[in-house]
Design a protein around this ligand. Structure first.
Ligand code: S3P
Length: 167
């Protein structure tokens, strides 16, 4: 059976946008884990962080990510922090191909700095964000594939992902 295609990477790297287009073009199902969590909890991610805290969010993120990763042949966008979870990474290994959408920090930071919908970065300075990108990149680099997106347009990114998935 066909594996899932899992998009990973920092907030603002385009996982949801690219994933949605990929799914539409290939007539596959698309799961945006953040959206699944919001729907199941009847709250926006920022509200979950505020009312229940990050630990609670990470627990349900683990639960829903693993549940959905057990499916086949779907396109899945993980939340930016999900790939840091060992159990989620192990689940991806079983049945999915992971692709890291990599952007340089100088392109990523202006996109996400002060974002009100992203509770994790809301209070971070540019320097903190730089550190976060640096630490996370070491883990993201464990993905099966990496796409350097800096110089690519959306269609070029889509093509690269499809080439990987249809290999
Ligand atoms: C997070 C990224 C967000 C969301 C939550 C935490 C993170 O998802 O899961 O705010 O830890 O990087 P996106 O990467 O889709 O913005």
């Amino acid at each position: 059976m066909k594996k899932n295609l899992v998009l990973i990477g920092m907030m603002g790297s385009g996982k949801s946008t690219i994933g949605r287009i990929l799914a539409k073009n290939s007539k596959k199902k698309f799961y945006d884990i953040d959206k699944v969590i919001e729907k199941e909890n009847g709250m926006k991610i920022s509200e979950i962080f505020k009312k229940k805290g990050e630990n609670f969010f990470r627990e349900i993120e683990e639960k829903f990510s693993i549940q959905i990763l057990k499916s086949y042949g779907n396109i899945i966008a993980l939340g930016g922090g999900a790939y840091l979870n060992d159990k989620i990474r192990s689940e991806i290994k079983i049945n999915s191909i992971s692709v890291w959408l990599k952007w340089s920090a100088n392109l990523l930071i202006p996109r996400i700095l002060n974002s009100k919908t992203r509770p994790l970065v809301y209070k971070l300075s540019e320097k903190d964000l730089m550190k976060l990108i640096d630490t996370r990149s070491k883990v993201y680099s464990k993905a099966d594939y990496k796409i350097n997106c800096d110089k690519l347009n959306k269609n070029e990114i889509l093509k690269k992902i499809l080439d990987i998935y249809n290999k």
